[in-house]
Ligand binder design. Structure first.
Ligand code: NAP
Length: 164
């Protein structure tokens, strides 16, 4: 299954100047819990911001730069190739949980492939320069909602009801 996982501010912001503009330990722990043991696909900028492959996950980084490579990561020249590689890896290993982990470029292109979205909704506006794409509730139905931190953060799960 292909899922998106993202933390999104009230005004849609996901990033600012290459970084995530908040530090929410509960969300970091949630991200780790949901993605561990799976396959993570991310854009080159997000990978460089993190600075290392995410442990206990198969890392695929998307970049147009033919020379781009790194230790313990796979690279793909576009998102479709990354998904193809992820499906091949899934067939070989039986690990079929594929997560699109950002940033904006990957979410925007990847939303049409997502069957599920794990969205941490943050009830606050942030200044930023990268945004989560707008999506229709005709296409994604909210299936779970868990509030934490006095209701300021919500772990939401959306299921795709109109698959590609
Ligand atoms: N809030 C969250 O949950 C969350 C999660 C992740 C990231 N973020 C934030 O998002 C921001 C980064 O987002 P971003 O959109 O600037 O960058 P990004 O999506 O992380 O990476 C963009 C790069 O990925 C490669 N790429 C994307 N689409 C491609 C395609 N179709 N074919 C080939 N390569 C492709 C390109 O790399 P090359 O330039 O090497 O060709 C492109 O420059 C940061 O601020 C980060 O902190 C937030």
């Amino acid at each position: 299954m292909v899922s998106i996982i993202a933390a999104v501010a009230k005004n849609g912001v996901i990033g600012s100047e290459g970084k995530i503009p908040w530090d929410i330990p509960e969300d970091k722990a949630y991200f780790k819990k949901i993605t561990s043991g799976g396959i993570v696909i991310m854009g080159r900028r997000t990978f460089e911001e993190i600075g290392f492959p995410l442990p206990k996950r198969h890392n695929i980084v998307v970049s147009r730069k033919k020379t781009f490579s790194g230790k313990n990561i796979c690279t793909a020249e576009n998102l479709e190739k990354a998904l193809e590689n992820a499906h091949i890896y899934a067939q070989k290993t039986g690990i079929d949980r594929i997560f699109l982990c950002g940033g904006e470029k990957i979410y925007t292109q990847g939303i049409e492939y997502a069957q599920r979205m794990y969205i941490t909704e943050i009830d606050e506006n942030y200044q930023g320069d990268t945004f989560f794409p707008k999506f229709s509730t005709d296409k994604f139905r909210l299936s779970e909602r868990t509030y934490i931190n006095g209701g300021k953060i919500c772990f939401c799960i959306y299921e795709c009801i109109k698959n590609k």
